[in-house]
Design a protein around this ligand. Structure first.
Ligand code: PHE
Length: 341
């Protein structure tokens, strides 16, 4: 009986639609039952077996079955689509808690770090910062500092001359002169800056930095100078480090001393940095030469002072154990990154 076969096809189709686990499965089932070669089409071809009177009723019945199956198909399809979307979302979910690729932040250059730290330490005992020009008159770089015409420092070998009268400053000491000329003592100033000398090897760079210090007051002695430097060394390199003065000569100080501190790398035990001596040199110092005071219009009867000049790269080299002064100006981020805090 065709009617029973029709009911049977509907039942089978409904249950296979229900069983389909993916939209692809479901589609295959639709083709199998409702497609051109599907079971329903094949059944309809058997309609010829029916009498003329029976045919319209059966055709109507078959169309109803087709509509019901089609609407069931659509319903089931949307269920499966939903399910498949959920599965995909679960599978492709991003773990937002995973760390991203590292990003390097900028960091202060070690020369700037030393300058800032020195300025902080000296600010606590009343010093404030001054600066001066990189191109100086011979007068400020040499003459006012009592450096005579025939002094070796003036030699073309050491000094970059701009013209007859101007040089790239070879030290920060000219800032002493500018300050004493324009300000009234008492003075406590710190002057960081770039300096230039015609010199280049593993421990000399044609451009490096110095920190000048100058104190002018009524009564100033070597004891004040040594006390100030000992205080600074302890604050900068750490407790327990000693300071040592060695007699020296600078035309603009009298007496003059070279300043050493116990090597902060080996704590004075002797190592490569201090060439086994236990001591490292950090700069020059002394009491301001009365001739320099007079040149600036200060009476040596009334005023006295001390001055010091430290090499900033030198301080960083000692503090961080850096081997080659040229690293400071190469701007290799692998070197600079190590100083990021
Ligand atoms: N200007 C000297 C130098 O460059 C250092 C110094 C500064 C020495 C102040 C004494 C006092 O070598």
């Amino acid at each position: 009986m065709l009617k029973e076969k029709l009911a049977d096809i509907e039942k089978k189709a409904l249950s296979s639609f229900e069983k389909a686990q993916s939209t692809q499965d479901l589609y295959n089932m639709k083709v199998a039952f409702l497609g051109k070669q599907g079971e329903l089409s094949l059944l309809l071809r058997e309609m010829g077996k029916l009498s003329k009177e029976e045919r319209p009723a059966f055709g109507k019945l078959a169309n109803e079955v087709k509509r019901r199956l089609e609407s069931h198909y659509l319903k089931r399809e949307s269920e499966l689509k939903e399910k498949e979307l959920e599965e995909r979302l679960a599978q492709e979910a991003l773990d937002l808690t995973l760390p991203g690729p590292p990003r390097y932040l900028g960091a202060k250059h070690p020369v700037a770090m030393v300058i800032d730290e020195m300025v902080d330490i000296f600010a606590r005992v009343g010093y404030s910062v001054r600066t001066g020009p990189l191109i100086e008159k011979d007068k400020y770089n040499f003459e006012a500092l009592n450096i005579p015409e025939d002094h070796p420092a003036r030699d073309l070998q050491d000094t970059f001359y701009i013209d007859e009268e101007h040089v790239l400053r070879t030290h920060t000491s000219p800032i002493q002169i500018h300050t004493m000329e324009t300000e009234k003592p008492p003075l406590r100033i710190l002057a960081p800056g770039s300096v230039f000398r015609c010199d280049s090897d593993i421990s000399h760079s044609p451009n490096f930095h110095q920190m000048e210090g100058l104190l002018i007051d009524k009564k100033v002695s070597m004891a004040d100078l040594k006390g100030t430097i000992a205080f600074f060394v302890k604050e900068f390199f750490g407790e327990g480090l000693k300071t040592r003065f060695r007699p020296s000569f600078f035309p603009f100080t009298e007496p003059s001393a070279e300043v050493d501190c116990s090597c902060p790398i080996c704590m004075g035990q002797g190592c490569r940095m201090c060439k086994n001596s236990g001591w490292v040199e950090i700069g020059g110092s002394g009491l301001v030469n009365p001739k320099v005071l007079s040149f600036c219009g200060l009476s040596p009867e009334e005023w006295q002072g001390f001055a010091f000049g430290f090499g900033i790269e030198r301080m960083a080299i000692i503090k961080y154990g850096i081997e080659d002064i040229r690293l400071f100006s190469e701007n290799d981020t692998r070197f600079l990154r190590q100083f990021a805090r």
